[in-house]
Ligand binder design. Structure first.
Ligand code: SF4
Length: 355
């Protein structure tokens, strides 16, 4: 993995983005602002799930009171998402939004941008210049989408800088993993502002998760990206869960004990799938008390099991009729398969003195 690109540090509420700060997880509220009770429920669920920055769409003036309440009730810093109407950006800042996202593809008028910058300066708000392929202006037709995105963002940043405004975060998203990768690589070369990264409109199910993991993961491996949002046609909680998995898979952040399980083959002596599900359920209560760096292995056989998982802290490996429970590659006990998870949890609990 390449060394993290040094970017400017920008603070949204209590969350610092850029520099060496942890890569922050964002999600976007899926509930419309006017359904305020439901909004609050989603916000608190997101907070519990590990979301660190909340984005909310502010679409029209009628939502003003709900936005005002959210800005005061939200336990997470709020970034207000604005398209088309620059007056909504002004209103959001007036209401106290610590950050707004404007889309330079549909707020292009310089006079409008100037008024937003003036207001943001007065209130110390951050502007994320967030472009995506869906909103490229028509004048870019015929130009490659990656170039169009880079040009659009670069021109907007130049204009903001000409107004001596530097409280900026950048993002450029495409529904193509490859375009997202190349645009962000180029933006990272050109600018030292923090980058919010993600692949947009990924779709549904496994395909969407794989596209997000590839696009975001490839950039993170290059040391690029200060905050991430996984966009899924699914609940916002699922977005946060996938974002956490991407970051922990790359060793960039650790949230809970890692389960390493073998893919099973003809040598498997136990039902690995069933044992993993049992372990996950057993860990639910224990997880907050176990170090996030703990690695627990579930291996189908003893032939390769403890060996393949010797770097795990704890584990089990299937054997003929019995199961080996091991710790740091050393077999500690031989037990019945039906008791394997109970024994494993006992071993982990003893280690962390939870019994
Ligand atoms: Fe196959 Fe055993 Fe390796 Fe699992 S641990 S994949 S069962 S050889």
């Amino acid at each position: 993995m390449k060394k993290r690109k040094k970017t400017k540090i920008i603070k949204i509420g209590g969350i610092a983005i850029g520099g060496n700060n942890a890569i922050a997880i964002q999600s976007m509220l899926k509930t419309p602002l006017l359904q305020y009770k439901k909004v609050l429920r989603e916000v608190f669920q997101l907070k519990k799930a590990g979301c660190e920055i909340l984005r909310v769409a502010f679409k029209r003036k009628e939502e003003e009171n709900a936005l005002k309440s959210l800005l005061s009730d939200s336990p997470l810093p709020v970034e207000v998402d604005i398209h088309f109407d620059h007056r909504l950006a002004l209103k959001a800042i007036d209401l106290g939004a610590p950050a707004i996202r404007i889309n330079p593809g549909n707020i292009r008028d310089k006079k409008a941008l100037k008024t937003i910058v003036k207001k943001a300066k007065e209130n110390g708000s951050i502007i994320r210049v967030g472009a995506n392929v869906g909103c490229l202006p028509s004048i870019t037709e015929g130009i490659k989408r990656t170039e169009a995105l880079i040009t659009l963002i670069s021109n907007t940043v130049s204009y903001l800088e000409s107004l001596e405004f530097y409280n900026i975060i950048l993002s450029a998203k495409s529904d193509s993993v490859v375009e997202t990768y190349f645009v962000n690589m180029e933006l990272s070369k050109r600018f030292a502002y923090p980058l919010h990264i993600g692949v947009t409109a990924t779709g549904f199910g496994e395909n969407a998760i794989i596209k997000s993991a590839l696009g975001i993961g490839a950039l993170l491996l290059q040391g690029i990206g200060d905050t991430i949002r996984v966009s899924l046609t699914a609940s916002s909680l699922k977005e946060v869960k996938v974002a956490k998995t991407i970051l922990s898979s790359l060793g960039l952040r650790q949230f809970e004990a890692e389960i390493i399980s073998c893919p099973m083959c003809g040598r498997a002596e136990v039902d690995v799938n069933k044992l993993v599900r049992e372990l996950k359920s057993a860990l639910k209560n224990l997880s907050p008390k176990i170090k996030a760096t703990t690695r627990i292995a579930i291996m189908g056989c003893e032939v390769n099991g403890p060996g393949e998982a010797r770097f795990a802290d704890f584990g089990i490996a299937g054997g003929k009729a019995k199961v080996a429970v091991f710790s740091s590659g050393r077999i500690v006990k031989i037990v019945e398969e039906k008791d394997a998870i109970k024994e494993l949890i006992q071993l982990i609990s003893e280690h962390y003195a939870l019994v």
